[in-house]
Design a protein around this ligand. Structure first.
Ligand code: IPD
Length: 270
């Protein structure tokens, strides 16, 4: 059941595109909240659940020995040492409101199921509404709809367009808002797109200069972080360490260190 990153990417793309088609069709038929999760604002729709079920069955048909870590269902433990990390819909609130910034995110990783320790082999993020397909494989570069992408060169912190996101718990949001107070006057502007996977792809392709968020789950960033790195962005976490649920920062190389220092200051004061 071993396969090259390029072969895994072909399979991941096929699965993510099929899932995107099904999610878009379901979106057209109408969306409603199926349940709330950690808090009343943390919603799940039937589209999230149906899309994850489809993705799981496509993965297990093709590679029955692999594991699956996903947002909506229990972890499936595999035996091959390869795991799929899946967010069927990243940006569920945007989907609910018809804001065209939500995505299907599919990553393939090797090693322990922890972003600080695994090796990402392949990643695909599809925006079903725009038809944009972002992808990367380890060592193979990053592309949008087949064309190589790169972050913006020569960005200074004061000119950087920086995106962030917020968790669902009230106390966490309060901390995140306080940290933002320190950042906002020191950068070009702030965006809150609402899909961490797209934020990372947009850093990879120069629509943003940087993205950071604390409290992400592995499925929010597994594919996007590989795409950003392969495009040439720097991706890391707190104190120069790897990205984790504590903190993920992705930025154009020229702005990364200054932004990481500013975020550390902001979080210390928050
Ligand atoms: C959320 C989005 C959002 C981020 C949240 C995530 P979901 O994912 O990526 O941009 O700020 O932290 O939970 O819930 O839509 O899959």
């Amino acid at each position: 059941t071993s396969a090259s990153p390029a072969a895994l990417l072909d399979l991941a793309r096929d699965i993510a595109e099929r899932a995107a088609g099904v999610a878009l069709e379901a979106r057209r038929k109408g969306i409603s909240i199926a349940a709330t999760k950690s808090t009343p604002t943390d919603v799940v729709t039937a589209v999230d659940r149906d899309t994850e079920t489809l993705i799981r069955s496509l993965i297990l048909d093709a590679r029955p020995d692999d594991g699956i870590l996903g947002e909506e269902e229990d972890t499936h433990v595999g035996t091959s040492g390869i795991d799929w990390v899946v967010d069927p819909i990243d940006g569920t609130v945007n989907l609910l409101y018809g804001i065209p910034a939500w995505s299907v995110s599919v990553a393939v990783v090797q090693g322990p199921p922890d972003p600080a320790h695994w090796r990402a082999l392949a990643g695909v993020v599809v925006n079903p509404v725009s038809g944009e397909v972002y992808e990367a494989s380890a060592g193979g570069g990053a592309r949008r709809n087949g064309v190589a992408i790169h972050p913006n060169p020569d960005v200074a912190l004061s000119r950087a367009l920086v995106a962030t996101g917020f968790g669902y718990a009230a106390e966490q949001r309060q901390r995140q808002a306080r940290a933002l107070l320190h950042l906002l006057p020191r950068v070009r502007d702030i965006r809150r797109i609402g899909s961490a996977a797209l934020d990372l792809c947009w850093v990879a392709s120069g629509r943003l200069d940087a993205f950071y968020e604390s409290g992400l789950n592995p499925w929010d960033h597994a594919a996007g972080a590989l795409i950003a790195r392969e495009a040439g962005a720097i991706v890391g976490g707190a104190g120069g360490g790897p990205e984790s649920s504590e903190l993920l920062i992705a930025a154009a190389a020229s702005v990364y260190d200054d932004l990481a220092a500013l975020i550390a200051e902001a979080q210390a004061g928050a």
